[in-house]
Design a binder for this molecule. Structure first.
Ligand code: GLU
Length: 282
């Protein structure tokens, strides 16, 4: 078993991150496996070296360790570009020049008036990749991608939430995800593509992460099928919420590990706060 924790260095770690990292480490340890750390810093508009340093310090304080060197996504751009090119060569991507405002306007047009998740309406679908301009984003043609992958693609969830094997549901994917961006106009790649490429590159056997990413999992499985990548198992865990049941945000300082630590909390206190049993023996 090989698990990973893959934070983006865009803020301080909070209790939710601690729960995720500890869950991944505990699962690997219980199976005699390995726990890896990956820094997901492709978004240069939001990532900061000082956050990365703070993340490493917080995780070490929690008692975690991992093999070095740590994979930093910013150092592997060519492999994301190669994956994007490959999908392009399969005829599954198109360049998109729509601005956010144009997408909003198209979504609120009378014929699309039904309220629903803001999936891209497909305005640029069918534009050839050869017509790509430097300012364009690259989107996956979801319908074409599903057709190319064919039936029978499924993913297996081993976590406590929805455990079992689930076939891709094209209707739900169209409604929840649509033609997602795989190549952002500003940084060239997008999370969905980089995460799939790196889970394969690192030989991750169990993707342990929060239930907020459960909805993206069929897309990740589809990309693995198209790119011929090995297929991990998924373990989505509950989310740690604040008192009002809301999502913890990186800017939520009250639950930042650094704040709790400065107030005298120990790593075992953190385990208790997120509902984990005392530390298992190393
Ligand atoms: N980098 C992502 C985040 O911080 C996690 C990605 C994942 O675990 O798949 O939310």
């Amino acid at each position: 078993m090989r698990t990973r924790f893959a934070p983006s260095p865009t803020g301080r770690l909070h209790l939710g991150h601690a729960f995720s990292a500890l869950t991944a480490r505990d699962l690997a340890r219980a199976a005699g496996g390995e726990f890896l750390l990956r820094i997901e810093d492709i978004d240069t508009t939001r990532s900061r070296p000082e956050y990365e340093a703070a993340i490493l310090a917080d995780l070490r304080w929690l008692g975690l360790d991992w093999p070095e060197p740590v994979l930093r996504q910013s150092e592997h751009r060519p492999r994301y570009a190669a994956a994007l090119d490959r999908l392009g060569a399969m005829g599954l991507t198109y360049p998109c020049s729509c601005t956010r405002a144009e997408i909003r306007a198209a979504l609120s047009a009378p014929q699309e008036g039904a309220p629903g998740p803001a999936v891209y309406p497909g305005t640029c679908r069918g534009r050839p990749m050869a017509a790509r301009r430097p300012e364009d984003a690259i989107r996956l043609d979801l319908a074409a991608a599903l057709e190319t992958a064919g039936p029978g693609v499924a993913f297996t969830e081993t976590g406590p939430l929805l455990s079992g094997t689930h076939a891709l549901d094209p209707e739900a994917m169209r409604a929840n995800l649509g033609d997602v961006v795989l190549g952002r106009r500003d940084i060239g790649v997008a999370y969905h593509l980089a995460v799939v490429v790196d889970d394969a590159a690192q030989g991750i056997s169990h993707v342990v992460r929060g239930a907020d990413l459960r909805e993206a999992t069929p897309l990740h499985r589809l990309l693995q099928a198209l790119l011929g990548l090995p297929v991990p198992l998924w373990h989505h865990h509950r989310l740690i919420r604040d008192e009002s049941g809301g999502r913890l945000a990186k800017r939520d300082d009250a639950r930042a590990l650094a704040t709790l630590r400065a107030a005298g909390a120990t790593p075992e206190d953190i385990r208790r706060l997120v509902g984990l049993a005392p530390s298992p023996a190393p």
